[in-house]
Design a protein around this ligand. Structure first.
Ligand code: PHE
Length: 355
């Protein structure tokens, strides 16, 4: 058999196999068998070198043509097989089958916690407001009774911007706590009382993002706080403790108790730290909490200087304030244990889908 005959034989053999192929893997197999590195046609190409020089162009051209014909035949057959597969699928369609439901998302668990907290306080007339997260130093520190350069400022590991400093209000910062809303709320209430002639009355819940220079398993640079501020005539610690208890029972459940411990904040006097009984041992003491109590956050009676900064007469009015972390209370709630707080903001669906 001469070279030309060999080539024609390869072509015919390949074409008949291609036409008989009944699925894509089979086609791939045929392609390999003829056009692959050790394929029959590939070897024939190599054999061209054995021909006398004057024969090579003619036979070479033939071999090339066959290669193109085979490639096209394989592509055509592939298309045909694909079409008939989807045709078959259509024929097999059973319209009485139940449909495939699109996946449903849900609110992020921090958003869920914020709306739950908002609802709890709304029931006792403490309603949500919003104040700037990009804030003047004045509202975050100075008006909260932090003297200039006071070392207590360092406890709030603040992010400063490079914006121009204002003579009265100081630098622009990312607010490190929701307490920055306190004096803003007082200014609003004073204006309102001047307009209506009614006594000053504040029932504020300020929930916002806060920012601090911190990042580890229990701290994120951005987190959320909810801040309560109540100002009026004859407001006392008794009211503060009543509101704390009410929140703790409503949010954590009837079995949980709260207590206040003396502490220090520049903007409250006296100041407290609020603890809640552990959800696992209910105050007896266990591995999770050690002494039976978990720390929730700060609170206190509004410092007279802060009332003055807000334009309120501390001889006539008193108030209480508290500020707690949304992430913190969420984690303290029974049944939710998060090893690494940063997971909350990781956008990992495997994690978020669980809530
Ligand atoms: N702002 C305080 C903090 O971030 C909490 C606090 C709020 C304390 C209100 C007392 C009163 O830690």
């Amino acid at each position: 058999m001469n070279m030309e005959e060999t080539l024609i034989k390869i072509k015919n053999e390949a074409l008949s196999l291609i036409l008989e192929a009944s699925d894509i893997p089979q086609l791939e197999e045929i392609k390999l068998q003829f056009l692959g590195r050790n394929g029959k046609l590939t070897i024939a190409f190599k054999d061209l070198t054995k021909l006398p020089i004057e024969k090579r162009p003619e036979i070479g051209k033939l071999a090339n043509e066959i290669k193109i014909v085979l490639e096209e035949a394989i592509d055509d057959r592939k298309k045909l097989l694909k079409e008939s597969a989807s045709q078959k699928e259509r024929e097999n369609l059973d319209v009485t089958n139940p449909g495939i439901k699109p996946p449903l998302g849900h609110l992020h668990l921090i958003t869920q916690a914020i709306s739950e907290i908002t609802n709890i306080f709304e029931k006792i007339g403490i309603t949500r407001v919003r104040y700037p997260e990009i804030e003047w130093d004045y509202y975050a520190f100075t008006a909260l009774n932090f003297p200039e350069n006071h070392p207590a400022r360092d406890d709030w590991e603040t992010f400063f911007t490079t914006e121009e400093t204002n003579n009265k209000l100081g630098q622009i910062i990312l607010t490190p706590h929701t307490s920055s809303g306190q004096v803003r709320e007082m200014e609003k209430a004073v204006k309102q009382s001047q307009k209506t002639g009614d006594p000053i009355s504040i029932r504020m819940l300020n929930i916002a993002k806060c920012y601090r220079r911190q990042s580890d398993v229990s701290h994120t640079q951005m987190f959320h706080q909810f801040e309560g501020l109540v100002v009026g005539e004859n407001i006392s610690i008794v009211h503060l403790k009543g509101v704390l208890d009410y929140f703790v029972k409503s949010y954590f459940g009837e079995k949980r108790e709260s207590r206040i411990r003396p502490y220090h904040f520049q903007f409250t006097e006296p100041s407290f730290e609020v603890d809640v009984t552990c959800g696992v041992c209910l105050g007896k003491g266990c591995k999770l909490c050690k002494a039976g109590w978990l720390e929730m956050g700060g609170a206190g009676m509004v410092h007279p200087n802060v009332l003055k900064y807000g334009g309120i007469d501390p001889k006539k009015y008193t108030g209480f304030a508290f500020g707690w972390g949304v992430e913190r209370v969420l984690m303290m709630k029974e049944g939710i244990e998060i090893d690494d707080l940063r997971l909350l903001y990781s956008n990992k669906l495997e994690f978020l889908d669980q809530f």
